[in-house]
Design a binder for this molecule. Structure first.
Ligand SMILES: [Zn+2]
Length: 293
């Protein structure tokens, strides 16, 4: 089953909805980063939020989310765009906490730190916003973020389930955002509906067609605006790392060029390794000298 993002307008056009299934993306991240389940759960949920936020963006706009709750997982970094591409990594992938047989995201992430959101809206300045992590529960903390930092009253459902072999069984989420014209009737309908959803993970697990979640939430009062595939995608390449190496000093490059060993660089987002021979480093060094003239 492919991962998807569904965008809809619901409840008399007063509510925007983003539904995401990200199971394959989480399993790709597990394979790339060797994530243990609770690290995979936190990173997976952060990537799911990234995809939902990406859904709110236009064209080539991008969003970066950085989380640091001062917990065992360390910091978590996610990039997403409006085309359903997401990538992410965490500082400590070998983290696994459970409580009452359930994955414990809060202990994993910690609840004493910050959420930073950086949006590249292809304008002169980046949009940046930072809020405290209050609970360590990403659905709650991002609900607060949207209300506080983006002045958009929102609700978030977020869930992940893991199999005994430590692969992700299902991960996904729903972001509901009230439009400025939202009526009391719509607000109370949503409050009532959401209060009845106690096990979102089971709903997600039992749903093959994401549109069924829209039906469950809104019956027939919704319009599907768009749906597209979501994938773990990292645009890194050896030539991009050349640009990174060019930021080193001439002396540092010269040291590397005089080394007999290849220089290995690893993309933190996808763990792909790129190696540069001493000759290739020498060329980069020459390019740097040329640029500095
Ligand atoms: Zn990469």
């Amino acid at each position: 089953m492919e991962d998807y993002i569904y965008k809809a307008l619901a409840l008399n056009d007063e509510c925007k909805v983003y539904v995401v299934r990200s199971t394959n993306i989480v399993n790709t991240a597990i394979a790339k980063h060797d994530l243990y389940p609770s690290a995979a759960s936190v990173l997976g949920k952060a990537m799911t939020i990234g995809l939902m936020m990406g859904g709110t963006l236009k064209l080539d706009e991008e969003v970066t989310i950085k989380l640091d709750g001062n917990g065992p997982i360390g910091y978590v970094c996610v990039d997403a765009n409006s085309h359903g591409n997401v990538r992410g990594y965490c500082q400590n992938p070998h983290v696994n906490f459970t409580r009452n047989d359930k994955i414990d995201d809060i202990t994993t992430l910690g609840c004493n730190g910050y959420i930073d959101v950086i949006k590249d809206l292809k304008m002169e300045n980046l949009f940046t916003s930072s809020i405290r992590i209050n609970t360590g529960d990403l659905a709650k903390d991002f609900t607060y973020y949207f209300t506080k930092s983006e002045q958009t009253p929102s609700a978030i459902l977020l869930s992940s389930l893991f199999d005994v072999d430590n692969t992700c069984k299902v991960c996904g989420g729903v972001l509901l955002q009230l439009l400025p014209n939202a009526s009391e009737k719509t607000i109370s309908y949503l409050e009532k509906k959401l209060s009845k959803i106690t096990e979102f993970s089971q709903i997600l697990n039992n749903t093959n067609e994401l549109e069924d979640i829209l039906k469950l939430l809104f019956e027939n009062d919704y319009k599907l605006l768009d749906k597209y595939e979501a994938t773990f995608f990292c645009p890194c390449s050896k030539s991009r790392f050349v640009n990174g190496l060019l930021t080193l000093s001439e002396n540092e490059l010269l040291d590397m060029a005089n080394d007999t060993k290849d220089t290995e660089v690893t993309c933190r987002y996808c763990n792909t390794q790129y190696s540069f021979t001493p000759d290739e480093i020498k060329n980069i060094y020459n390019l740097k000298k040329e640029n500095n003239k």
